[in-house]
Design a protein. Structure first.
Length: 123
C-alpha cells in the first residue's frame, strides 16, 4: 500500500474507467471547470486530483492525503434511482475511510466562495 493507504482501481474495470475518466477530464461540466480552477495547483494548500478512479468508481475530485472526495451533482442526481446509487457509492467510499461531500452544480456556479469555504473547513 502507498503512504496514503488508498484503494486502487478494480483491475477488471480499470481500462474502461480510465477511458471514461479521461473523457470526463477533457469535457468537464461548467461547475467542474469552475471548481477545478479553485482547487488546482494546491490552491487550498492540499493537492487535488480530478476524475480519479477508486475501486469501481470515479471521484469528481479527491484530496488523497486527506481522503476527501468532492462530488458535483447535476440534475439527474435528483432522480430516485440515481439517489440510491449515489448513497450506495458514498457508503462504499466511506467504508474505505473517505469523507464524501456533495455539492450541486447550482451551488458551485452561483456561490463558489461558499463551496470553497466549506472545503477549507474539511482540509
Amino acid at each position: 500500500m502507498s503512504t496514503y493507504d488508498y484503494q486502487t482501481a478494480d483491475p477488471l474495470l480499470y481500462s474502461l474507467l480510465k477511458e471514461y475518466a479521461y473523457r470526463m477530464r477533457i469535457n468537464p461540466t461548467e461547475a467542474e471547470s469552475i471548481l477545478w480552477q479553485q482547487l488546482r495547483g494546491k490552491a487550498l494548500g492540499q493537492p487535488f486530483r480530478r476524475q480519479h478512479i477508486i475501486g469501481p468508481f470515479i471521484a469528481d475530485f479527491i484530496c488523497v492525503p486527506r481522503k476527501l472526495i468532492l462530488e458535483i451533482d447535476g440534475g439527474y442526481h435528483q432522480l430516485p434511482d440515481q439517489q440510491i446509487s449515489d448513497e450506495e457509492r458514498t457508503q462504499w467510499l466511506e467504508a474505505k475511510g473517505y469523507k464524501v461531500i456533495r455539492f450541486t452544480n447550482e451551488e458551485v456556479i452561483a456561490d463558489i466562495d461558499s463551496v470553497i469555504n466549506t472545503i477549507k473547513t474539511l482540509l
